[in-house]
Ligand binder design. Structure first.
Ligand code: FAD
Length: 604
């Protein structure tokens, strides 16, 4: 399990074009299992190379680790002390690229480290470089060590001078900038990283770019060269290969109807994150690659804490040596995270003990700010797809990725070198590096298929990041240009934030018929929900609350909102009264069980 949002839930038996597109032509060169950012990134890359590729995700896209991250697109300064120079270098290059190719969702993030000592950690950190193991309880990282790390980081990270150098402040100036900080600090260090404000929608943009590249005007049909469906899982590989005799045939299940069907591919790419070994086991290709760790976060509605951060990420070492963070995301504050060896037989949820830990860490840097559980509007938790680790403590396990190649049993009887019967499993892979990783993984696939790369994605804008205004003045100009008698500046801004420049396509749809804002929120309209239902693969009501909008993340889901969205979606999605009630109950259950949110129902 490890977070799967109520498996086996079947609310409707509706026909989905995305599933039909797989069933009607049950073969592709490549089948990707797992629709987190790494699977979806690889899907886009392969589609752009002209490969016939299919992808299945057993829940919703970005429902696993990709929807549970700290939202940082970062070089990973702390990986320097693990000696992971390759990863840090790739990460900062990718961070700088994502700021350019996905500017609608990836924004610069000013980050401040409060520092309580001058020399600590100087001896323990180099030892970690050498051994990659944690020697006893970590020593606090003092100013000298942080200075050395940031100087090295700057040398990787400056992007030809576009990214400012880090800056150190003494106590007095630091407290002038951030007056609520603990008065016992000695210094602060400030530098720039980035954050992804809407990881779920960025994943969807990457997916849709892939569909477009492979389908032209025919995307979502069996003829398309890039087909993807959520709520379809890989169940097993039991059947012999098809008449052609090459490839691996696996059994897939439509999770909304329970129907099973076969699908054959020359190469299977296993990007199921923390579930990689379980997926391989289901395919008869046993592996023991993974050793995931669980991490949780809370989201607070706390204006005092928000103001104390002054727009910055506060990134620091807690008393147990773990690096933790507090940072503003819109009008909410994100606090995280933990790092605990995961038990994959349990759902990943944020526990009471983790909440206590978060409150304690807030007190460590902002001792005068009090927090209580009533200010938590949302919690989330996920399992990092890390490699198997024995002695190394979770926080020091390598964050780099690798690709493992195996042959399936039936594949081993297939023609050698033809690429048939091959399974490539991804072990690791952070959000930050997804584009570069996708390029590496798809290069391996191309080698299996005997094909050449046609195009790099390094400079290709992603979805609504194309032509996105570069300055605040540009944003205001866009908003003004897209206002109308029925669309005020606030509504135009919501659409630009939610879709980037894809908002133009959404606005055309809104204008093609009578529309009105919902009664329960001014952030959605009836036609916008119809657009989402038609274009964004909605399996369940909860997908709209958590992953197509940020309403759940910001604690804005009410009983009235659930009812109204379910009522509007019922038309395009064909939900009868019973299915609607089931969807509402399912959303309440998911929000309660996985996100600590209680929404009282208005329906019996
Ligand atoms: C707490 C936490 C904080 C993090 N913070 C950051 C950060 O700040 N910055 C950063 O760069 N990275 C961060 N990461 C790491 C990053 O989020 C992950 O490494 C990345 O999202 C992994 O993506 P993925 O696509 O490989 O895996 P996932 O997103 O987990 O996707 C795997 C998918 O496979 C699907 N699946 C499983 N089994 C099957 C099956 N049988 N059939 C079909 N589908 C299946 C799952 O439903 C899932 O959606 C963090 C991770 C966590 C957990």
């Amino acid at each position: 399990m490890g977070h799967k949002e109520t498996p086996g839930h079947q609310a409707s038996h509706r026909h989905r074009p995305t599933v039909d597109s797989l069933r009607q032509r049950p073969r592709a060169q490549v089948l990707i299992i797992g629709g987190g950012i790494n699977g979806v990134g690889t899907f886009r890359d392969l589609a752009l190379q002209g490969v016939d590729v299919a992808l299945v995700e057993r829940g919703d896209y970005c429902q696993g680790a990709s929807g549970a991250s700290s939202h940082m697109i970062h070089g990973g300064i702390r990986y320097l002390e693990n000696g992971e120079f390759r990863l840090v270098r790739e990460s900062v290059v990718e961070r700088n690229r994502l700021l350019r190719i996905a500017p609608h969702y990836v924004k610069p993030l000013q980050t401040t480290i409060p520092i309580f000592s001058t020399f600590s950690g100087i001896l323990s950190a180099p030892l970690r470089f050498l051994t990659h193991k944690q020697q006893g309880k970590p020593k606090e990282r003092g100013a000298f060590l942080i200075k050395a790390g940031l100087t090295l980081y700057d040398s990787f990270s400056r992007d030809g001078g576009n990214v400012p150098c880090h800056e150190f402040r003494g106590r007095k100036r630091a407290l002038a900038e951030l007056p609520k900080l603990h008065p016992g600090i000695k210094y602060t260090a400030t530098y720039f990283d980035a954050s992804v404000h809407n990881p779920e929608r960025l994943t969807l943009d990457v997916l849709q770019d892939g569909e477009k590249a492979g389908g032209g005007t025919k995307s979502g049909t069996a003829e398309a060269n890039a087909r993807a469906s959520n709520y379809v899982s890989l169940v097993s590989h039991q059947k012999p290969a098809t008449a052609a005799g090459t490839g691996t045939t696996v059994q897939l299940r439509d999770e909304l109807t329970g129907e099973l069907f076969d699908f054959t591919a020359d190469v299977i790419v296993n990007t199921t994150g923390a579930w990689v070994d379980l997926t391989n086991q289901a395919m008869g290709a046993a592996s023991a690659f993974m050793g995931g760790t669980k991490g949780s976060h809370i989201v607070l509605d706390h204006p005092g804490l928000l103001a104390a951060c002054n727009g910055r990420e506060i990134f620091f070492e807690h008393t147990d040596g773990r690096i933790v963070l507090i940072y503003p995301m819109g009008d909410r504050v994100l606090v995280g995270t933990t790092d605990i060896d995961a038990d994959m037989s349990q759902d990943a949820v944020c526990t009471d003990a983790e909440i206590d830990y978060f409150f304690e860490l807030i007190g460590h840097v902002f001792p005068d700010i009090s927090v209580d559980r009533g200010q938590i509007v949302y919690t989330f938790s996920g399992v990092r797809p890390l490699p198997k680790h024995d002695e190394t403590q979770p926080g020091f396990v390598s964050r780099d990725y690798r690709i493992e190649r195996q042959r399936t049993q039936q594949g081993s009887a297939a023609v050698a070198g033809s690429g048939s019967g091959t399974v490539l499993s991804l072990v690791g892979g952070k959000w930050t590096t997804f584009r570069a990783l996708a390029e590496h993984l798809s290069d391996d696939v191309l080698a299996e298929l005997g094909m050449q790369r046609r195009i790099s994605t390094a400079k290709l804008a992603i979805g609504g990041g194309a032509r996105f205004p570069e300055t605040e003045a540009g944003v205001q100009k866009w908003i003004k240009a897209h206002m109308s008698p029925s669309r005020d500046a606030a509504r135009a801004a919501v659409l630009l934030t939610r879709y980037g420049t894809r908002a133009e396509e959404v606005i055309s749809y809104l204008e093609a018929g009578p529309d009105r804002l919902l009664h329960s929120t001014r952030e959605l309209s009836v036609r916008e929900l119809e657009f989402i239902a038609q274009h964004e693969q909605i399996g369940h009501l909860v997908d709209v609350l958590i992953r197509r909008t940020s309403l759940a993340f910001r604690g804005l889901v009410t009983g009235e909102l659930l009812n109204e969205i379910a009522e509007v979606l019922a038309v395009p999605l064909g939900w009868d009264a019973a299915a609607r009630a089931t969807e509402i109950r399912h959303a309440q259950e998911v929000l309660n069980r996985f996100h600590g949110v209680q929404v009282h129902s208005l329906v019996a």
